[in-house]
Design a protein around this ligand. Structure first.
Ligand code: G3P
Length: 214
């Protein structure tokens, strides 16, 4: 499974890239706002730091605007793909953009039916939001399983990005479901590294090493 980081923070991207595990970056308007910048400026900066796919979200709500913004965003750097929110206009825009060779990441996906339509329109990625489904008492992982199953049944090449990841269990479940990608916040990536038994083991080895030197 590929690991993307879900952030617009440059230091976090640099740090995770230095771990040798980074396959991509996803941003959204909320993450960009936290950094007090704008999407074109920030994705240009990210593209200078890492050579991986970068999602940049278009803000238009009509197909014509999405197509215009999609062309503008993708012209910033070849690694940039365009995030569009799931709706009828974004399906129309996806069809046009994908035929021009511009990758679309269809975001705010909450059902396998939405993912099926996005894939048929030519989306390169679909982003089901696991955590936000859990928030409303549904089981987000079940939607991941359904989407992966539907894409497998019909041989869609659209990649599934498990998004809205809130804890390490979400990552494990995304991998078990067969998602192509999980886009993960920085703090969850750190949590994935840690285990109390690892820390304890390191301390014990250090203690024994010190004893053996005497
Ligand atoms: O990738 C989408 C993600 O940023 C949304 O996460 O935690 O705001 O639901 P969250």
């Amino acid at each position: 499974m590929k690991i993307f980081i879900d952030t617009a923070n440059l230091d976090m991207i640099r740090e995770i890239n230095s771990w040798g595990i980074l396959d991509g970056v996803t941003t959204n308007p909320s993450l960009i706002a936290k950094e007090n910048t704008d999407t074109p400026t920030r994705v240009k900066e990210i593209a200078k730091i890492v050579d991986v796919p970068i999602s940049a979200e278009a803000m238009s709500l009509d197909a014509e605007g999405m197509i215009r913004e999609g062309r503008e965003l993708s012209s910033i750097h070849p690694n940039i793909n365009v995030k569009l929110p799931m709706c009828i206009d974004s399906l129309k825009a996806t069809k046009v953009l994908s035929e021009e060779g511009i990758d679309v990441n269809m975001t705010l996906i909450f059902s396998a039916q939405q993912a099926l339509l996005a894939a048929k329109a030519g989306a390169r990625y679909v982003s089901p939001f696991v955590g936000r489904l859990d928030d409303i008492g549904m089981y987000g992982t079940e939607v991941l399983n359904q989407i992966v199953g539907v894409f497998f049944n019909y041989g869609f090449e659209t990649e599934v990005i498990a998004a809205s990841i809130r804890n390490p269990i979400h990552v494990l479940e995304a991998a078990a479901a067969g998602c192509d990608i999980a886009t993960i916040p920085y703090n969850i990536l750190q949590q994935m590294v840690s285990h109390p038994k690892t820390d304890e083991g390191i301390q014990n080895f250090i203690k024994d090493y010190e004893k053996s030197k005497k």
